[in-house]
Design a protein around this ligand. Structure first.
Ligand SMILES: CCCCCCCCCCC/C=C/C(=O)SCCNC(=O)CCNC(=O)[C@H](O)C(C)(C)COP(=O)(O)OP(=O)(O)OC[C@H]1O[C@@H](n2cnc3c(N)ncnc32)[C@H](O)[C@@H]1OP(=O)(O)O
Ligand code: NDP
Length: 283
């Protein structure tokens, strides 16, 4: 589909690179010639990502740095370390946290557990990369992974929707402010992709024969299926490539048209209180 050297000149930081979608994007960027740095909190998850065959076969161009994006000093230190080996050309804001809950029962700590990495962490990383690009007169691109719910809102995941809508506002605002400085801001809004964490956090089984997972969502999706990680990775690669140079401030949805029909909370809106109580107890 793409030329093998499409991203040859790119050096890309993928936050949450130990997670399913981050890992899939990193592998695709490596296939297309880029150098990639992965970050996340868990060194074990990062090591597992580096050892995965799709990444390990490009080992000379893949590295990882543990970093908790909720800590601005840790983000600054990570960027300093990365820049010691040369500038990034691309930041992919992919790391996030999310879980379903009745919003009125969220503690302040629970809300911050979601807003911290998903909104603040992405902003800290964008500021650290952006100011380095601007100071050096370098070009750069920020790709943020949002969610279709930045457009629709979604019941029972309000803090995550607030974070993703905030990142969409950042994408549009900085496209204008930083565009003249050579920085491009783009975003992808995925619909449902059955990654291990998303299925566990967003559709936990609640007993009584309910297996959980995303399978039941497909009936709401106009093309009848969930997204595939390779489709997301290809869209990301295109948005980072030369042919996309005139696209900025834009968010592309990849969801089979699902958000035009539903925010994806129809099943949750029918849950009885006992089911919410059961899920809350099992967390
Ligand atoms: C028609 C179809 C349309 C399409 C539908 C699409 C549907 C999919 C849309 C998906 C959009 C986005 C998805 C994602 O982002 S998936 C990625 C999820 N990945 C992660 O969450 C990874 C990171 N996760 C974590 O780090 C943790 O799971 C956690 C989020 C819990 C944060 O961990 P942390 O260690 O920081 O937090 P603590 O365990 O210390 O807890 C902090 C407080 O939060 C409370 N808490 C934790 N879990 C829950 C819960 N499940 N419910 C309520 N409250 C929770 C916890 O009790 C702490 O609060 P207190 O101290 O007050 O008790
Ligand atoms: N799967 C889906 O259906 C959808 C996903 N998305 C978005 O796609 C992106 C990837 O999701 P997905 O691959 O499914 O989820 P994962 O949970 O697999 O990936 C999220 C990654 O973020 C990292 N992370 C979380 N908190 C922090 C933190 N404080 N500092 C650094 N890293 C952190 C986690 O690593 P660690 O725990 O090691 O820190 C994890 O690897 C997210 O932005 C998500 O919101 C959007 C719509 C739908």
């Amino acid at each position: 589909m793409f030329r093998d050297d499409l991203l040859r000149d790119e050096r890309i930081l993928v936050t949450g690179g130990g997670g399913d979608l981050g890992r899939a994007m990193a592998a695709r960027f490596l296939d297309l010639g880029a150098s990639v740095v992965l970050c996340g909190r868990s060194p074990e998850r990062l090591d597992a990502a580096l050892a995965a065959p799709a990444i390990a076969r490009h080992a000379e161009r893949a590295t990882a740095l543990p970093c908790d994006l909720r800590d601005p000093a840790a983000v600054a230190a990570m960027m300093e370390r990365i820049w010691q080996d040369g500038p990034l050309t691309v930041l992919v804001n992919n790391a996030a946290a999310n879980f379903i809950a009745q919003t009125e029962r969220l503690s302040a700590r629970a809300a911050d557990a979601i807003l911290g990495p998903s909104l603040h962490g992405a902003l800290y990383a964008t500021l650290e990369a952006g100011r380095r690009w601007i100071d050096a007169g370098d070009r750069g691109t920020v790709l943020s992974i949002l969610s279709t719910s930045a457009r629709t809102g979604r019941a029972f995941t309000a803090p995550s929707e607030m974070a993703k809508a905030g990142l969409e506002a950042m994408t549009k605002s900085l496209a204008v402010e930083w565009g003249p400085k050579g920085i491009r801001m783009v975003a992808i809004a995925p619909g449902a992709f059955e990654t291990e964490t998303a299925a566990r956090q967003l559709r936990p089984g609640a007993g009584d024969g309910d297996e959980g997972g995303f399978a039941g969502l497909a009936e709401w999706i106009p093309d009848g299926r969930l997204g595939r990680t390779d489709e997301l990775a290809d869209l990301a690669a295109f948005l980072l490539s030369g042919p996309a140079a005139h696209i900025t401030g834009e968010t592309i949805a990849i969801d089979g048209g699902a958000h035009l029909r539903s925010s994806g909370a129809e099943d949750l809106l029918r849950w009885p209180q006992e089911k919410w109580d059961a899920v809350r107890q099992r967390r």
